[in-house]
Design a protein. Sequence first.
Length: 183
Amino acid sequence: MPDWLSFLRKRDRAAIVRPFLRVRHDWEQPDHRQARALTPELARRLHPAHPLHGQSPVALAQACASDDVLFQCADGRLCLVHLEWQDSSDPALPDTHFFDGIDQLLAALDTGDGERVPPCPSCSADWQSGEASRDCPCCGGFALDRPCPKCGGACGAQWQRAVQDSIDGGIAVWIGKCGNAGS
Ligand SMILES: [Zn+2]
Ligand SMILES: [Zn+2]
């Protein structure tokens, strides 16, 4: 157990984990024993040239259905790591994305950068790959963006899917501004 961990208070960790789990329902917080095991587990899989080599990041959350783990480094940075459960000689593995803090991480999750956008919960269309069902209300006929629905696309603006709101409500939610508004 790294020394600095004793200084990382429970409250500080909760401030990261709670908002993260709010947008990542298929993740969970590892218990103390699991979290302890994940740090050496990660260390064993790091090539000496990997950016996490020599650090002892602490596991804050893990995906239920995959090998993805959210770690916090001693310097406070967060990283999403796709743990390959075999030794790797590739310095780029395991695949790791760094974030300065929880705000940056949540922003990245919103845009699907650094983490895959979940598929449509109704029809399983893979939005990130551009898949969408025309007759599925949650898809609304489009994947992650669509032409402005206000004017039928005449203004040329693209609206972005609010992924979590769409999933929570079961109906497509779009964020954008009509370029013809007010005219
Ligand atoms: Zn759908
Ligand atoms: Zn418009």
